[in-house]
Design a protein around this ligand. Structure first.
Ligand SMILES: [Mn+2]
Length: 268
C-alpha cells in the first residue's frame, strides 16, 4: 500500500524499482503531566508555555488531572477550597487557553481524562444522575475544550517517539495497581498492553524497560506540574513523596533513542 501526502514528498525514495513513500513526518510532542490547577507550579508552567511557544510542537498531550476539582472530592481536606468549584473551573479554562495560545492554531492538543476529572463524573452520577445525560453538564464543556480546539481523548492516544518507535499515553488509573518505584506502574501498563506506555498519575519521574516476549518495552512516568507549597499537598505531611516537577518532550527526529527529554524544575 502506498501512503502519500504532499508534505512527505521530499522524503520519498525509490526501492527496487517501486516508489515507496516513507512516512517521515517529524513530530515533536509535549507531554503535560498532572497539573492540578489551581495548585499548579507557576514557574515551571511558565517555562513549559515558553518552551511550547518557541519549539512549536505539532502535538500536545495532556495526561489528565489537569484540574484538581478539590470541591468535588468526598474528602475535602482544604477548608479554603471546599466550595470554590467555579474558581477551579475558571482557572482551568485559563490554563487551557494559555496552552492553546502558546501552541498556535495548528497544533493538535489532546486531553486524556484523569481520575480527578472523573471526580466530576462520579459526583454527577451519584448526586445528580438526572444531569448525566445533559452534554453541557460534562466537565469538558465547562472547561470549553471545544472552544480551544482541544480534543477529549476517547480511544488510544499515541505518538511517534524516537528511534522509529511509538508510545501510548494513559493517565495511569485505568490499569489497576501501583508501585513505589518510579516508572514501574507505567512499565506494568506497558506489559499489560504489549506496547510502550507513558503515564501520569504517580507524579513520579522514571523510565524502566523490560523484555516481554522477545520485545523490549518501556514505561515512562513523567512527573507532575503541581506546587509543593499549595494546599494540594498539605494532606501529605512531612514525608515528601518521590514526586518530581517536570514535563516531557518526544521527538521523532531522535534516531538513537525512543525516550523523551525530561525538562525538570530546577532545585526540585
Ligand atoms: Mn494526579
Amino acid at each position: 500500500m502506498l501512503i502519500f501526502s504532499f508534505n512527505d514528498w521530499k522524503s520519498s525514495r525509490s526501492t527496487r524499482g517501486l516508489s515507496f513513500v516513507i512516512l517521515q513526518t517529524m513530530v515533536k510532542t509535549v507531554v503535560v503531566p498532572d497539573v492540578h490547577v489551581p495548585f499548579e507550579h507557576k514557574a515551571h508552567v511558565r517555562r513549559m508555555l515558553k518552551y511550547i511557544k518557541e519549539e512549536k510542537p505539532k502535538k500536545i498531550v495532556m495526561l489528565g488531572d489537569v484540574l484538581d476539582f478539590h470541591a468535588l472530592t468526598y474528602h475535602r481536606k482544604q477548608k479554603d477550597w471546599r466550595d470554590r468549584l467555579l474558581e477551579e473551573v475558571s482557572a482551568g479554562r485559563k490554563f487551557l487557553q494559555s496552552i492553546r495560545r502558546s501552541a498556535g492554531n495548528s497544533a493538535e492538543i489532546i486531553f486524556i481524562e484523569g481520575n480527578h476529572e472523573d471526580r466530576w463524573n462520579r459526583y454527577v452520577e451519584q448526586r445528580a444522575p438526572h444531569l448525566a445525560d445533559l452534554q453541557h453538564s460534562h466537565w469538558s464543556s465547562h472547561l470549553a475544550l471545544e472552544q480551544f480546539g482541544i480534543e477529549l481523548a476517547s480511544g488510544a492516544v499515541r505518538t511517534k517517539a524516537g528511534a522509529g518507535q511509538t508510545v501510548r499515553f494513559l493517565h495511569g488509573h485505568e490499569v489497576k495497581g501501583s508501585s513505589r518505584i518510579a516508572g514501574n506502574h507505567a512499565l506494568n501498563c506497558a506489559r499489560k498492553l504489549g506496547e510502550n506506555v507513558h503515564c501520569g498519575h504517580t507524579h513520579r519521574l522514571g523510565v524502566l524497560c523490560a523484555t516481554v516476549g522477545g520485545k523490549t518495552l518501556f514505561g515512562v512516568e513523567g512527573g507532575w506540574l503541581g506546587d509543593w507549597t499549595s494546599p494540594a499537598t498539605k494532606y501529605i505531611g512531612i514525608a515528601r513523596p518521590d514526586w518530581r516537577v517536570a514535563f516531557a518532550v518526544y521527538d521523532s527526529k531522535n534516531k538513537t533513542s525512543p525516550f523523551p527529554k525530561m525538562i525538570m524544575a530546577p532545585n526540585d
